[in-house]
Every structure is written in structure tokens, then in C-alpha cells.
Design a protein around this ligand. Sequence first.
Ligand SMILES: [Zn+2]
Length: 233
Amino acid sequence: MGRKRATGEKEKKRKKVTVKLLERKHAGKITEAYRIMDDLIDKHHNHLADAKIAIAWRFGWNQDADGRLRLGQAKKGSDLDRELHHFDFVILLNHEAWNKGGLKQEQKLALVDHELCHCEVSMDVDGEPKVDEEGRTVYRVRKHDIEEFLDVVNRHGCYTNELAKLAQSGINDSDRPLLPKDDGDDPEEGAEAAADTLETDILRLSNEGKSRRAIAEEMGVTQHQVRKVLADA
Ligand SMILES: [Zn+2]
């Protein structure tokens, strides 16, 4: 930045720090991300009630070549990590997206829920939780249920049971806040509507003369995503 010291000597450029542990409490109150995580563990991830999970900000995550921005990551503590700081998992959250990127409350919940879904207890052959020699629960990182290309689904539809289940659960979930309700009873039509909503809204806002930046803010997406939708239209 070229900031000068009192002596007039030019300050040396320092290496950027990309990770900073988030304090559980700030000014006596539990911080937002921990509050969200505690609630979700209570409601949906009981098996993590005794897990020690740290949350850390991740700074400077950039979009990948496909224009996607990573919002979070769950990392399992190795034996060495656990010796050093006793955490079973660390959840990294994209600092810029969380604090300045217009992530809605519902999206923050979904993001933390997603990362908690990666945090799983390892089971032995009898279906009992695995324990290590120190008596600590053994954890693992669970993989996504579905990894798929949008292009393939667009061309061939929900060709596996998992995809069909995902599409159906999206249609059934009437109080999902991020997409408008589908009032029709034709599930195929509903699935199409759900997939198209974001693009349709972006096009509509663009036709209303809104800037890319304004659209990105309103829709809670990146400007790059907006540009991509407009370019594909
Ligand atoms: Zn994930």
C-alpha cells in the first residue's frame, strides 16, 4: 500500500494471511457463525454434539476457471492437529462472501449445514462409532450425495435415483426461501421451473435496466455469474 512510517521509511510489503480463527465469543456474545452452527447441530447433526469444531475465516478465495466461488470447506483434524489444538474439524468460511458478498441469512444457514454434513463419525463393522487409542471418537469427511454437470441434467434429465430424489425434494420443500413456490402439481414442470428461476430472474432484472452489480447483489450471486447468464442468453 506504500504507507509511510513516521521515519519516512517505506514499509515492506507483508505476506497476506489467508486464514484466521474466528473467536467463539465476541464482546460476551456468541458470534453469528457459531450460533448458526450450534443451532444446526442441535436440530440436524446430533452425532456432532461432542465434536470440537472450530470455524475460521478464509480470505481471498477466488473464482475457479468455471466461474464458481468456493464458499466453505470442512477439514478434518489429523492426529497431529488434534494433539496440537484438540479440534476434530475446522470449517473454513469465505470471509468476503459471508461479510460483504450479500449472502442471505438462509444461504448462510445452508452453507454451514452443508459443511456440517461433511463432518461424519466413522463407524466400525458393528455399526458402532469408532474410537481411537486415546478414547476419542474417530471422524471422517463425508462426500457429497451428488456431483453432476448441469449440462448433462439439462440434456438427459434426472437419470439416476439420487438426481431424481434431489429434484423431488426441491419441489416438495415448500418453505424453501431461496426459490419461489411451485403451485403446479406437475413435478416435471416444477423441476424445470426451479432450475430456471435464477437465470430468469437475472434476465428480467437486466431487462429492467439494472446493472450487473445491482443484479448480483439482489440475487446473492457474483457479478461473474450474472455476466455468464447474460452471455449465455
Ligand atoms: Zn461440500
